[in-house]
Design a protein around this ligand. Structure first.
Ligand SMILES: Cc1cc2nc3c(=O)[nH]c(=O)nc-3n(C[C@H](O)[C@H](O)[C@H](O)COP(=O)(O)OP(=O)(O)OC[C@H]3O[C@@H](n4cnc5c(N)ncnc54)[C@H](O)[C@@H]3O)c2cc1C
Length: 300
């Protein structure tokens, strides 16, 4: 990218524009090489301008939430990464419908909804991502998943914003049919009136449960593999004798064998190697092909 183009982008956008930004600063695994361009639009207008410029210059882009389900390769990301933490508006004026922008932290949305006596999200307490990431991943826990609550979505592309209804999207286990060339900008969720005290107690219980089962004490990205139908990935990994297995700085957690932790200095290559070993050993042991839940981005 030329200096002139960078100057133009910086002049056009109000939010920060960074170059060679280490993605290890933006992923919960604390792993990932640099993104050529890292854009933090100040608001939806800024996002529209950014997408227009990126299209004009044919620069590929991708969005990041809290990077809690993301492995960025060591070579980093060619093109732009768009970070949406400034899109953080939350509107309860039409309760039990809630309108939230994509950069809102899921945990803030859960706490605020429950405080107002609006249920539907409380079992997801402890999921560390943003609302946008949760919608794209169809995040869920217990008997709840976000796709069930979504009524409408605002998506942005290079031609501006579009309004979609939930019926236009297929929400499945940790995936959706949302197109990769759109940014989830906002969502409208239909929550359910319930007792505020009860909901807040449920949050406390869920967080306690997570600390007990997932308190792995090191940077991680949650469950690495999806649970195959009728199976639990952690049990298959355990049975294959891989609890505690190490590649470089990456290790299968001793506490939760579907988590891979960064013991310090782990590279994305370490994690990818360990994931491949897990898939291979589990397949040979049980005949089941584990499918990654984490998304892998960037250049190896
Ligand atoms: C300790 C721990 C526990 C976890 N527990 C759970 C759990 O119980 N259940 C569960 O479902 N997940 C869990 N996760 C995984 C993760 O938190 C969720 O998948 C979360 O929804 C990801 O949100 P994010 O904002 O971090 O997304 P990111 O990881 O930043 O991104 C995930 C994907 O979504 C895309 N994306 C993000 N935001 C947008 C947007 N606005 N528009 C378009 N695309 C976007 C990214 O490009 C990427 O492909 C856990 C993770 C950790 C670290």
């Amino acid at each position: 990218m030329t200096e002139a183009l960078l100057t133009e982008i910086r002049a056009a956008l109000r939010g920060p524009v960074l170059t060679r930004e280490p993605m290890s600063r933006h992923t919960t695994w604390r792993i990932g090489g640099p993104a050529d361009l890292f854009l933090c639009p100040a608001d939806r207008d800024d996002l529209r301008l950014a997408l227009g410029l990126l299209r004009r210059e044919k620069i590929p882009w991708q969005v990041i939430g809290k990077g809690s389900n993301l492995l960025v390769a060591d070579g980093g990301i060619r093109g732009a990464v768009i970070e949406l933490s400034s899109l953080a508006r939350l509107d309860f004026s039409a309760a039990p419908m809630v309108r939230a922008e994509a950069g809102v932290r899921l945990m803030s949305l859960i706490r605020e909804s429950c405080r107002r006596g609006l249920g539907g999200l409380e079992q997801m307490a402890g999921i560390p991502g943003t609302l946008g990431g949760a919608v794209v991943m169809n995040a869920g826990a217990g008997f709840q998943y976000i796709g069930r609550l979504v009524r409408t979505l605002v998506l942005a592309g290079a031609d501006g914003e579009e309004h979609w209804t939930a019926e236009q999207v297929r929400f499945a286990y940790r995936t959706t049919s949302l197109p990769a060339d759109r940014v989830v900008v906002a969502a409208e969720l239909k929550l359910v009136p319930a007792d505020a005290e009860g909901l807040q107690e449920e949050i406390r219980q869920r967080l306690l449960l997570r600390r007990r089962s997932q308190g792995v004490g090191r940077p991680n990205a949650g469950s690495v593999f999806k649970n195959p139908p009728g199976q639990q990935a952690w049990k298959l990994i355990d049975r294959a004798g891989l609890r505690g297995a190490v590649v470089g700085g990456a290790q299968v957690s001793e506490r939760h064998s579907n988590f891979i932790v960064n013991n310090g200095g782990a590279s994305a290559a370490d994690v990818i190697d360990l994931m491949a070993q897990i898939q291979d050993r589990v397949y040979r042991q049980s005949g089941i092909a584990l499918e990654p839940e984490v998304r892998i981005a960037g250049e190896v």
